[in-house]
Design a protein around this ligand. Structure first.
Ligand code: FEO
Length: 405
């Protein structure tokens, strides 16, 4: 059949596998995570005997994906769809795609079948693939492995043996819209930040199970030549694959480093002045410090900075008998992300009730942060002695950190 010119083209990953996803340059918020660089919804077309689509795209990008598929093959030739992950950024267009391409089989993990049924109310017949089970595509074989909690309980990855491609869904991905679809075409500094941001904000709470899963996958010794995640660049060189696997090993370990993150907000500048003195104490002890005033900062960038930190110090004035709203926001968020192995301290200013110190302490305790100095609290405006106490607080945390890493 003569293929018609299409407004969106597929991009070859290998001779028999094509990227047919979509670029979303405009998304700024991904369930509470600020995506300043947009994102990609990667989907892949496998030209096996049974033509197969691996994952789909977020619902508004359905047409773009279908155009890309049409640039390679008549979409009605797709017989199989594999849904590696049920979250709607990947499965939002699954029903429409299945109808548009007339697929005879849709596969997901056992938990994926339940999740898709719950989302689509049984509108689609989905068959479960057992863990490590295979789907025959005729000339090729796709083997599926459950990767529960990377990022949902339904998640699985699929390995296409003949092309040595691991379709890794959320794992090893990042929110990054880029016309350069391969990792070797992108700036590593940008990818390091975005991969870390993705891990910190999406995967970090499940680090223990991620560690076990990645170890089990590594034990299979699959001859992986390409890792194709559902978001961000595709890893196709041995150097890039080793690099992202190495980064994940660090993310999972959550080992403290000599870096202190100071997060605070301020009303009339007193807590800000205290934060600057705390930071100076850290710096004077020879430890890296990242100050983040919450005025204008976003919780997801704080989480990214905390990912490789060794200590977290938080400060807030008391307002209306509680902490500043931006501090409650970021601490609630960080509590859910469950970063392990942190030490820290708290500080704050107050007028007629120093409740912020107790609330900050409660948050830090609930987060499992070991408080190793302080707290420092200041009535209204810090004196020189108060600021010396703040500087000493920063120095004490930094010195303790140096003893441990
Ligand atoms: Fe990219 Fe968990 O969805």
């Amino acid at each position: 059949m003569q293929l018609m010119p299409q407004p969106f083209m597929a991009v070859p990953v290998t001779d028999r596998v094509y990227w047919v996803g979509a670029l979303d340059w405009h998304i700024a918020d991904f369930h509470g995570y600020r995506t300043e660089r947009g994102t990609t919804y990667n989907a892949f077309l496998v030209l096996a005997d049974k033509v197969t689509l691996i994952d789909t795209v977020k619902r508004p990008f359905l047409d773009e994906m279908l155009y890309r598929i049409s640039s390679v093959i008549d979409p009605s030739k797709i017989e199989v769809i594999v849904s590696n992950h049920s979250e709607m950024d990947h499965s939002g267009s699954l029903i429409e795609t299945a109808k548009a391409v007339n697929a005879s089989k849709v596969y997901a993990s056992a938990n994926g079948v339940k999740a898709l049924d719950a989302h689509f109310h049984h509108a689609l017949d989905v068959e479960a693939v057992p863990n490590a089970g295979s789907v025959s595509l005729g000339t090729m074989t796709l083997q599926c492995f459950e990767t529960k909690m990377i990022h949902w309980p339904d998640s699985m990855v699929s390995f296409l043996h003949e092309e040595k491609i691991l379709f890794s869904q959320d794992a090893f991905g990042m929110h990054l819209a880029t016309s350069n679809l391969f990792a070797d075409e992108n700036d590593r500094h940008v990818m390091q930040w975005e991969a870390g941001k993705y891990y910190a904000n999406i995967v970090m709470p499940y680090s223990a199970i991620v560690a076990t899963t990645l170890e089990a996958l590594a034990g299979l010794k699959l001859p992986i030549a390409t890792i194709a995640p559902d978001h961000g660049p595709i890893w196709r060189t041995p150097d890039d694959i080793a690099w992202i696997l190495g980064l994940y090993a660090k993310f999972v370990a959550q080992k403290p480093t000599r870096k202190v993150v100071i997060v605070h907000d301020t009303m009339w500048g007193s807590t800000d002045l205290m934060a600057r003195a705390v930071a100076d104490g850290v710096r004077a002890a020879g430890v890296k410090v990242q100050e983040i005033p919450m005025h204008g900062a976003h919780r997801s960038n704080v989480a990214t900075e905390v990912l490789d930190a060794g200590a977290l110090i938080v400060g807030s004035p008391t307002m209306n008998s509680t902490i500043y709203p931006a501090m409650a926001d970021v601490l609630t968020y960080l509590k859910g992300l469950k970063r392990k192995n942190l030490m820290g301290a708290v500080f704050g200013s107050f007028g007629w009730g120093a409740n912020s110190i107790k609330e900050l302490t409660d948050y830090m305790t609930a987060m499992g942060v070991e408080l190793v100095a302080g707290p420092v609290k200041v009535n209204y405006v810090p004196t020189r002695d108060d600021l010396l106490q703040c500087s000493a607080l920063g120095k004490a945390v930094a010195e303790e950190l140096k003893k441990r890493c």
